[in-house]
Design a protein around this ligand. Structure first.
Ligand SMILES: [Zn+2]
Length: 193
């Protein structure tokens, strides 16, 4: 990513301001007194004392630091992972490196990702912050609550993420579910053609 730099030229003593254009700009230097002011001072290197007031805002917007920091952190993390993977490949096998990278990718999940396969869905999602911390856990997902609830699928907790696969509705309810879904879609089409 290329950094945006600000022109380092200052005006004369009369209006002591730093140029607000980019470092690589052509033409006269310029600076507005505030980020929203609709006029700017303009001056040239040849005659820095001759300042004219021109319409238009000239203001340097600093690059978004938080985004840059986040990108730098991610880049650092993945460079480290890449090095570990390369080391694993060299010392062990490509399979070990692939498993390591897949695990890192899995554990870096911050949002839920699901794939629907008919009656079933499989996905990975972050553990709710309120849940007690677990390094590893296995849980059954059920349809509804209580002892008689039908088993729907399996969830595996791996530290900060959960990997799970389960059916959306019990097999006995599936045809009814499909019918009601089709009816709902037809209704939606009627409402928003
Ligand atoms: Zn300038």
């Amino acid at each position: 990513m290329r950094r945006r730099h600000r022109c380092s030229t200052w005006s004369c003593i009369a209006v002591d301001v730093q140029c607000q254009r980019l470092a690589t700009h052509d033409g006269p230097h310029g600076a507005s007194p505030t980020p929203t002011h609709d006029r700017h001072w303009s001056w040239t290197d040849d005659d820095p004392n001759a300042i004219t007031v021109l319409p238009g805002t000239v203001w340097f917007h600093r690059p978004d630091r938080t985004r840059i920091k986040k990108a730098a952190r991610l880049l650092g993390e993945w460079t480290a992972y890449g090095l570990v993977a390369a080391l694993l490949w060299w010392c062990d096998s490509w399979a070990a490196a692939a498993v390591f990278l897949a695990l890192e990718l899995l554990l870096s999940v911050r949002r839920a990702h699901f794939v629907d396969l008919g009656r079933f869905t499989a996905g990975v999602w972050p553990v709710t912050p309120a849940a007690p911390p677990l390094i590893f856990g296995v849980a059954f997902a059920t349809h509804g609550e209580g002892r008689n609830a039908k088993r729907a699928g399996l969830e595996v907790i791996l530290g900060p993420v959960v990997v799970g696969a389960f059916s959306l509705v019990p097999r006995s309810d599936w045809p009814a579910y499909k019918r009601s879904q089709a009816a709902f879609e037809a209704q939606q089409k009627e409402l928003h053609p």
